[in-house]
Structure formats: structure tokens, C-alpha cells
Unconditional design. Structure first.
Length: 456
């Protein structure tokens, strides 16, 4: 087992990893930027090393600084958390060269899944359902045009180096394809330095349903059910839940099996997530695989009672998975609200000093946050400041519990997305589980119609 783990991250996920290490009896090294001197991850770790100035490019993304910090402190493993270098094949390779264990999948799995068009081909080979589309990247706009006429409009152009929604173009008619193709290529080149674009049939108003996986280095792959992440804004998830209101037992079983096959096909090890699009007809299609622990992993921990971060560490040390598929059981319903330091109306970031803070507890409540009264929310990083998770016997209890917690929460000094979460949770469509990836665009109208009715 590892003696000391360096956590190459900050905020709630750095704390989450430190807590797992503490319970496993493993010493911890925090790294921090000059802006994070007073952060909780620095205080809670056994050791802490400053790795550079506030700008991430020169601190949390600075591989030589991280490796240097691991060498001088004698850390035998690095946990990358999420974001930053968590999906860097380069960091995974350099760790290996330096005899430091990267707590994540093999570099080749990270690289394969980072190339979205290659990942799509690998899934076709593995027999995992994908949306009809191109075999690999498009050679020309003519090839795109031919294919689009064959499979029918609308289609979507995606950057092969993209993911998470960047560099995409929906094309609804033949005349729009050539300009969209050129725009997508230019955008992909500018954003990722790789112009490659591929094409898929566009699925209208799907749900985003993802399967959590854990795999060990002895050939075992287990799925831990799904999370429904359809409530998003500009590809940033706002609310996640498990189980998905849209799945029944047979579909859950099928999608779980497909995700396990996907992982097996690429020799996957450690925690991973297979994202699917789920159409209104109940058809599911592979979208992407995330090769890291995700922001919303706690939702799965609540319904399965398993500690995914501990499992990541154990599996990286060569242990067998601590559970078999048949031992995974699902209890109740979990919800997560991502609380951002931002204006709930304009969505503009709202950094600053947290003057006072009250975080409610009670049965079935979990907070993953690095906030405290007196902390400074820096403008240099992501605006996610807390994840509020609740667990209830069923979905209705989880929603009521979340509403109760949001009403009790006090954060003074910065604006947060809490009022937006409260509006979403009140929405009749959300309460009925009727959401899709465009929910945030149309629920505003439903919300307004409701308040107009309320005053008239
Ligand atoms: C799609 C799609 C419809 N059809 N692919 C968005 C993020 C990136 N991972 C892929 N995305 C989509 N791919 C096909 N063939 C719709 C989306 C999409 C979406 C997916 C999940 C969650 C939110 C979304 C919002 C807009 C579009």
C-alpha cells in the first residue's frame, strides 16, 4: 500500500481525497498556489508544498512542479482529482517514468478516450451502441454531405479532440453543412490545435445518463448504476441524481452491461464513467467516456454505500476490487446540487470573501465543500464552491430534503446559484422527472407562466 499520496488538486475534491487517505492510514501531501495558502486542503494534509502563482497554468497544471513536490516529499502516488491534469496522458506517463503511481487509468486508455472519434470506433468494435455516423474523422465537406443525406438530417459535427460540448455544430439542412463543417474545423483547430471533425445523427432533446464503473488490474469490471445529469447549462451540470427517473430495471441492466463491455474493450483500470445519450424512445448511445473520478461521484456513493475514492486508491495499489457485481445493491434516491459562486440570474462569477456560513445537516445530508466562514473565493478557479447531496428513501423524499437544506443554508458575502436550484426543484416538470438536456432553456418559461398565474 502507498505510504504517502500527493493530491494534485484543490477545493472540495482535494479534501475528499485527503479524507479517504486518512481513513486508510495513508499520509498526504497537499500542493497549493499562492492564492490558496489559507485553503482547507492545505490545513488538513500532513504536508503542503507551494507550487506556483494563482494562475492554474503555472501551478495546478505545472507538471514539473508537481513531480518535484512528490520527489522532495517522498510521495509514492499522485491523485489528480477532477479537472486540471486528471485526464492528462502526459502526467500518467511522466509518473510512470518517475516511479510514482498515477491514481487513474493507464495513459493509453486516457488518450484513446480523449480522441472522441477513435473512442467511437473502439465502441463500435466492442459492440456498444453508437449513434449512426461517420467511421472516423471526415475527410472533406463532400464526404460529410454524402453521409448526412444518407443518414438524414439533422446531424451534428463534433471536434475529435473536443468533448464536454466544445467545438460542436448542429446541422439541420444540406445547405448548412459546408459552412458548418468549415466553422467546426476552424473552432476545433483554435481550441485544441487539431482540426479533425466527425459526424453523427443528431438526437433531439436526449437525456444525459452516465454509468459509473470501477475496474481493477486483475480483469474485474463492475458498474455502480447510473446518474441522470440532464439538468445542465452550457454543458455545466447543475443537478445530478441516481437512480435516473427514466430507467427501468431492464434498461439499467443493459446500459450497465454495455458500459462494462466498453471498459473491457480498452483494458480500463480504476474509476471511469461512460456517458450515454438516452433518446425519448428509450434508445441509448455511447457519447464519451470520462477517465477520472467525477464531480458527481458522491451521488453514486450515497445509493451504493461504496467509497469510490478509497477504491481508486486500493485498485491503483494493485488490490482486487472490494466488491463483485452481484454485491452492488441500490438503496433509495440521491440528489446533488452544484452550488456555484455566481449570480443566479446573470450566471456571472461572484468571487469574494465568505463573511458568514451556515451549512445544515440532518438525516441523509452530505456536503462536499472547502468553504468556511472567512474563506476567500478566488476568481482564478472554477466557480463550484460546494456540492450539496441528499439521500432519501425515494425521489420525493430526496427532493423535499434538498429543498429543506437549501432553505436552511446561509452563505453571506458572495452570490450563489442556490436561488436557481430552488426554482428548478419547484418546477412541476422536474418534480415529475420530465427533464432533458434542454430543460434549463424551457423550464424558465414554465417557471414564469407559474409566477404569472400566481399573481393573477
Ligand atoms: C449529441 C447530442 C445529440 N446527438 N450527439 C454535448 C456534450 C458532448 N459530450 C456531446 N453532446 C451532445 N451530443 C448526438 N449525436 C446532444 C448533445 C448535447 C448534450 C449532451 C449531454 C448533455 C447536454 C447536452 C446539451 C446539448 C447537446
Amino acid at each position: 500500500m502507498f505510504k504517502k499520496i500527493l493530491i494534485a488538486n484543490r477545493g472540495d475534491i482535494a479534501l475528499r481525497v485527503i479524507r479517504a487517505c486518512q481513513e486508510l492510514g495513508i499520509r498526504t501531501v497537499a500542493v497549493y498556489s499562492e492564492a490558496d495558502r489559507d485553503s482547507l486542503h492545505v490545513r488538513f494534509a500532513d504536508q503542503a508544498v507551494c507550487i506556483g502563482p494563482a494562475r492554474s497554468a503555472r501551478s495546478y497544471l505545472n507538471v514539473p512542479a508537481l513531480i518535484g513536490a512528490a520527489e522532495v516529499t517522498g510521495a509514492d502516488a499522485i491523485h489528480p482529482g477532477y479537472g486540471f491534469l486528471s485526464e492528462s496522458g502526459t502526467l500518467a506517463d511522466i509518473c510512470q517514468a518517475c516511479r510514482i503511481t498515477f491514481i487513474g487509468p493507464p495513459a493509453r486508455a486516457i488518450r484513446l478516450m480523449g480522441n472522441k472519434s477513435a473512442a467511437r470506433n473502439a465502441m463500435i468494435a466492442a459492440g456498444v451502441p453508437v449513434v449512426p455516423g461517420s467511421q472516423g474523422v471526415l475527410g472533406s465537406e463532400h464526404e460529410g454531405g454524402r453521409l448526412a443525406r444518407e443518414i438524414g438530417f439533422p446531424v451534428i459535427l463534433k471536434a475529435s479532440a473536443g468533448g464536454g460540448g466544445r467545438g460542436m455544430r448542429v446541422v439541420r439542412s444540406a445547405g448548412d453543412l459546408a459552412p458548418a463543417f468549415r466553422a467546426a474545423q476552424a473552432e476545433a483547430q483554435a481550441a485544441f490545435g487539431i482540426a479533425d471533425v466527425y459526424l453523427e445523427k443528431y438526437v433531439e432533446a436526449p437525456r444525459h445518463v452516465e454509468i459509473q464503473l470501477m475496474a481493477d488490474s486483475h480483469g474485474h469490471v463492475v458498474h455502480l448504476g447510473e446518474r441522470d445529469c440532464s439538468v445542465q447549462r452550457r454543458h455545466q451540470k447543475l443537478i445530478e441524481e441516481s437512480p435516473s427517473p427514466a430507467l427501468h430495471e431492464k434498461l439499467r441492466h443493459e446500459m450497465g452491461r454495455a458500459a462494462v463491455e466498453a471498459a473491457r474493450a480498452v483494458g480500463y483500470v480504476n474509476a471511469g464513467t461512460v456517458e450515454f445519450l438516452l433518446s425519448g424512445h428509450g434508445d441509448y448511445y455511447f457519447m464519451e467516456m470520462n477517465t477520472r473520478i467525477q464531480v458527481e461521484h458522491g451521488v453514486t456513493e450515497l445509493v451504493t454505500g461504496r467509497d469510490l475514492v478509497k477504491e481508486q486508491i486500493l485498485v491503483a495499489a494493485g488490490a482486487r476490487l472490494s466488491f463483485a457485481q452481484k454485491e452492488i445493491a441500490f438503496t433509495g434516491h440521491a440528489l446533488e446540487c452544484r452550488i456555484n459562486a455566481e449570480d443566479p440570474d446573470s450566471f456571472r462569477p461572484s468571487p469574494g470573501l465568505i463573511r458568514s456560513l451556515h451549512l445544515p445537516g440532518g438525516p441523509g445530508v452530505r456536503w462536499d465543500t472547502a468553504m468556511y466562514a472567512g474563506a476567500e473565493v478566488s476568481p482564478h478557479y472554477d466557480s463550484l464552491v460546494a456540492k450539496l447531496m441528499v439521500h432519501g428513501r425515494d425521489r420525493a423524499e430526496a427532493i423535499a430534503r434538498m429543498q429543506r437544506c437549501l432553505a436552511e443554508t446561509v452563505v453571506e458575502g458572495i452570490k450563489t446559484s442556490i436561488p436557481l436550484h430552488q426554482r428548478i426543484l419547484r418546477s412541476p416538470s422536474f418534480q415529475a422527472g420530465r427533464v432533458d438536456t434542454h430543460f434549463l432553456e424551457w423550464f424558465q418559461d414554465e417557471d414564469e407562466a407559474q409566477s404569472v398565474r400566481a399573481v393573477s
